[in-house]
Design a protein around this ligand. Structure first.
Ligand code: ADP
Ligand code: MG
Length: 361
């Protein structure tokens, strides 16, 4: 037989364990970027600037104007399970931040050749620069100590990760081309720029080698969600959207807002933005239900554009089912999905009636 000869059980070395775990959280540059954007938002950033080289594989850079990281916290920044957000297990019940496990930056440092951080808090006169690899501080320049070094910098945090997956060849092989990886990263930025662009947070995203900015939403309190959609996805689609008014009769205390395309909108690809409690997530069941609803009203081959901003009581949502926190499940899932679809159907019917009415006048 092909059975391997019996060998003794050994405990894997810690760096191997950590690298395996990191690969489960960070599959590709877009995952790393999502974690970094969420950290910036957790830090109260109002402007988030992103640059990628080779789809983020060569370089992934996020600059924010948030709270910054204090000098004393820098040694722990990339250590696994080190977080400023969660203190006790029971805190998990009511987390309002995106992060809580302290695994994202650690993971990125385990799968990148080098990670540089420059950060300045509001109370500090100067910024500090630190470099990381495999969860710990390493010298910024060879021969120096690994202590963070004072430097010039504005308030906020500037993180650069280089050569992603250089030490995980299997992962690297599974990746798509640099331009496909860039498209996936831009997709994440686009979705956050819609959801937060209407809440005063600005975003920009570009390729490091290019002078052209691919996405730019200003940091302004006068930007509406619809403005942000227009800037990111184009005014063609934003003109064809129907606003979903907030639920006021949900049996489950759920709140829903959003914009969904009218039956006149036809695109070759569906676009589905789902935010649950301000977190970009996927709910395959909800996605399927929404697409099925449109399949009934759109001609074959036409696809909708849907943005749902859903709020569910925090204690009823489990964001932990998936290591990347991407897929979520919530209590009363079937009923809530049905409620959402009814609401969407009503909005579509109403828009259609208004339209017919307007045309016959
Ligand atoms: P988590 O977000 O789960 O706490 P991370 O590994 O993403 O874990 O980040 C670890 C810690 O580093 C955070 O708890 C936070 O204190 C700090 N941090 C990370 N990114 C930023 C940022 N952009 N601005 C300020 N602090 C940050
Ligand atoms: Mg985080």
């Amino acid at each position: 037989t092909n059975a391997t000869p019996q060998r003794a059980i050994v405990r894997l070395p810690e760096d191997v364990v950590n690298r395996i775990a990191a690969g489960e959280i960070i599959h590709r540059p877009a995952n790393a970027l999502k974690e970094m954007i969420e950290n910036s938002l957790d830090a109260g950033a109002k402007m988030i600037r992103i640059q990628l080289r080779d789809g983020g594989l060569k370089m992934l850079q996020v600059q924010d104007d948030g709270n910054g990281v204090a000098y004393n916290d820098l040694p722990l920044l990339c250590q696994r399970f080190a977080t400023s957000k969660l203190r006790t297990f029971s805190d998990l019940q009511n987390m309002t931040t995106f992060g809580f496990r302290g695994e994202a930056l650690a993971s990125i440092s385990y799968v990148s050749a080098n990670m540089n951080v420059v950060s300045r808090t509001k109370d500090s006169e100067i910024a500090y620069k630190a470099s990381y690899a495999n969860g710990t501080l390493v010298p910024v320049k060879p021969g120096q100590s690994s202590d963070p070094k004072p430097c010039a910098g504005s308030q906020g945090t500037f993180i650069t990760a280089e050569d992603l997956f250089f030490n995980v060849p299997q992962r690297k092989r599974a990746l798509k081309s640099a331009s496909d990886e860039y498209a996936m990263a831009l997709d994440v930025v686009s979705k956050y720029a819609v959801h937060y662009g209407g809440r005063g947070v600005g975003f920009s995203c570009k390729k490091a080698a290019s002078a052209m900015v691919d996405l730019s939403v200003p940091s302004s309190s006068s930007t509406t969600t619809l403005d942000a959609i227009g800037v990111v996805y184009g005014s063609k689609v934003s003109k064809e959207l129907i606003e979903l008014q907030q639920f006021n009769n949900s049996a489950y205390g759920t709140q829903l807002r959003g914009y969904i395309s009218s039956p006149n909108w036809n695109a070759r690809r569906s676009v589905f933005l789902l935010f649950i409690n301000n977190r970009l997530v996927d709910s395959p069941a909800l996605r399927r239900a929404v697409l099925a609803l449109y399949a009934n009203i759109l001609p074959k081959g036409y696809h909708p554009w849907v943005y749902l901003d859903l709020h569910i009581e925090e204690s009823n949502v489990d964001v932990n089912v998936h290591p990347t926190k991407r897929e979520v499940h919530f209590l009363h899932e079937e009923d809530i999905i049905e409620e959402i679809c009814t609401k969407m159907q009503d909005a579509l019917t109403m828009a259609n009636n208004t339209r017919t009415f307007a045309m016959t006048q």
